[in-house]
Design a protein around this ligand. Structure first.
Ligand code: MLT
Length: 402
């Protein structure tokens, strides 16, 4: 009766598990002040330009002459067009508004796109990896069973990302049909240079693989030479789908807005994946709310851009505080330069979960165990820059005193 693939899944979703353990600790120690640098959830409020756009849209929805019902399944043209112009054409990428699909967030899109592919295709994921890519393929029956010893599912190509390879995956000798990439990376915080990403695009075009490219953190890129979109690479239009989010750049984690780009030239078995995705969304998705799409449009206006850049700058100051604080007390830490995530090696050979418990008990700081993202994450730990300046500084001080 049930989909037995769900029984292959290990434990609960990573962030549900850390939340459960944190809640149990908080209940047992009601007097302890906890600093949450675990899940990558923003803390600053929506910027004024976004708030104003939402208020205006609510007023429109309250009047018969401007009221709107179901939104178009692909998203309103006013939002798709501004995205195509500002995020793509201004960066020299040829993307049209009708190749953009507005959604309620990148997580859902990353999880849903695998539906376009047959049960037989094989996937490659980085290890460690954002769990959504892998778990959704497990649910769909595209993997073998989980092996406790290796910490891996069968029939999946794992691409280890460790200190030794600078947290950059190697291109598999035999490219599977679907390859998930995320840059700047969640969880390691590493970024990829354009010439390196170009090699993936070339390999995918050669093998016929599709790259599923998660660029949810592109707004955090501070260095030159790091692509904000995979379409900055030549030939990406024939091999790549890109996911984007408003959660991390504009604080929409509780508002819900993202989009997926499926270029019209992306064709497999003679079928346009753009058309398949359009068909899928038409059947299963009823459109992102008008108020939310107007909020998204406001992000691209000059005042919206200025305000969100300030927010990103605020978080990146936290990233520097964490990174430099950890390095100065002897931790091996990376990330935090083109990303809001800092990835550190646990001290004294501790496992990731042992360090989670130690940090919680001794410092009252909550992070995310690296092993929760895959076996190569064992012995690593992730902290996020999404707290307040004060709590971030306090967290680093507490870690220093441990
Ligand atoms: C994370 O902490 O990795 C993020 O919150 C994941 C997400 O955006 O779903």
């Amino acid at each position: 009766m049930i989909n037995k693939n769900y029984q292959k899944l290990q434990g609960s979703y990573l962030f549900s598990e850390t939340a459960k353990r944190t809640a149990a600790f908080a209940q047992a120690h009601p007097d302890r002040s906890l600093i949450r640098l675990g899940i990558g959830d923003v803390t600053l409020p929506l910027v004024p330009a976004v708030q104003e756009a939402m208020h205006r849209a609510v007023d429109e929805m309250g009047k018969a002459e401007t009221f709107r019902g179901y939104a178009p399944e692909q998203g309103y043209e006013f939002l798709r067009e501004v995205i195509a112009e500002k995020d793509y054409r201004d960066r020299g990428c040829q993307i049209d508004g009708d190749e953009i699909f507005i959604s309620d967030g990148a997580k859902c899109d990353c999880g849903n796109t695998q539906e376009l592919f047959s049960q037989e295709v094989r996937i490659a994921v980085c290890d460690p990896v954002y769990p959504v890519y892998l778990d959704t393929n497990v649910m769909a029956g595209r993997t073998g069973d989980f092996c406790r010893e290796s910490g891996r599912y069968g029939d999946v190509t794992y691409m280890p990302c460790t200190l030794e390879n600078g947290f950059l995956p190697e291109i598999p000798e035999k490219m599977p049909e679907l390859v998930y990439l995320c840059f700047p990376n969640n969880p390691t915080g590493s970024a990829i240079r354009k010439e390196e990403l170009q090699k993936w695009v070339d390999a995918a075009n050669k093998s016929g693989s599709v790259l599923l490219y998660d660029a949810a953190y592109e707004a955090y890129i501070t260095e030159d030479g790091i692509p904000h979109s995979i379409y900055e690479c030549d030939g990406a239009r024939t091999c790549a789908i890109e996911f984007r989010s408003f959660s991390k750049n504009a604080g929409f984690t509780g508002v819900r807005l993202g989009f997926t780009v499926v270029p019209s030239e992306l064709v497999r078995d003679g079928v346009s994946l753009r058309d398949l995705w359009f068909r899928r969304q038409g059947t299963k998705y009823n459109g992102t709310p008008y108020i939310v799409q107007r909020a998204g449009q406001a992000v691209y206006a000059p005042d919206g851009q200025k305000q969100i850049r300030e927010q990103i700058g605020y978080y990146m100051k936290n990233a520097a505080v964490i990174r430099e604080g950890l390095l100065s007390c002897g931790y091996q830490a990376s990330g935090g330069v083109n990303s809001p995530y800092i990835w550190l090696k646990t001290p004294n050979g501790m496992t990731s979960w042992q360090f989670f418990d130690l940090l919680l008990e001794q410092a009252g700081v909550i992070g995310t165990p690296g092993s929760g993202f895959g076996p190569s994450g064992e012995g690593y730990f992730r902290l996020t820059a999404f707290g307040s300046h004060e709590s971030t500084q306090e967290a680093v001080e507490r870690i220093r005193r441990m």
